[in-house]
Design a protein around this ligand. Sequence first.
Ligand code: ATP
Length: 247
Amino acid sequence: MAEAPILETRGITVRFGGHVAVKDVSLGIEPGTVTGLIGPNGAGKTTLFNTITGLQRPTAGKVFLDGRDITSLPPYKRARMGMARTFQRLELFVSLSVRDNLRVAGDIHNANGRNKIDLEEEVDRLLELTGLADIASTDVSDVPTGRARVVEVARALMTSPRVLLLDEPASGQTEQETEAFAALLRDLADSGLAICLVEHDIPLVMKICSRIHVLDYGAVLASGVPDEIKNDPAVINAYIGTEKEAV
Ligand SMILES: Nc1ncnc2c1ncn2[C@@H]1O[C@H](COP(=O)(O)OP(=O)(O)OP(=O)(O)O)[C@@H](O)[C@H]1O
């Protein structure tokens, strides 16, 4: 039997003036899985992430973590409860080294969190795990975008999250980097993490997600396993058929 979702949205709607960016979206993310969230530009994926993480207040609907209604909690409280994310536009400390970016996140976690980590040990473990050890001392400003995205994931992992939301993490990665990244996400999910992946790299999504939700004009157009999504005429028509990288 499938595990109960650790993260749930119920009937989330977000309006910006007269524009409905997210429309009545209900979905769940289970521990130990990678869940894909795909759809055309402007479909509402980032807005939904912002609502889940507390950066955007929904017009209607609720967000639950561990069955607890967290809709009115600020982002830092959600982070302390085990939610971490990365951003479409990288949000790293560019004048710091890769190692120091991880240290800062670990410091903040230790100052606030209940499950304190051994900082240096965790930094070393995550640099190894994410394949960043060779550039640990490099300033992020000198790190190419593809690898900087992995730095952002590693930094998010410093908070020992149980839910990880990734906004276009493969954008800017080479084919080889994406292959290693896919293996990393699978390993993280295998260790129990609940991952939600917003990504335009359809082959990557199809390869690593156990379940996929397709957003179109803010609403869920389809939900299912990769084979169902790949062959859904509405999805092909609205999105996959328009993607150069289509499977
Ligand atoms: N702060 C805002 N104010 C007004 N409109 C917004 C705001 N943020 C997003 N939107 C609009 O809401 C819609 C959804 O945007 P969103 O960025 O969530 O889409 P997306 O699916 O993440 O797109 P992409 O794949 O291009 O990142 C778009 O029409 C966008 O212009």
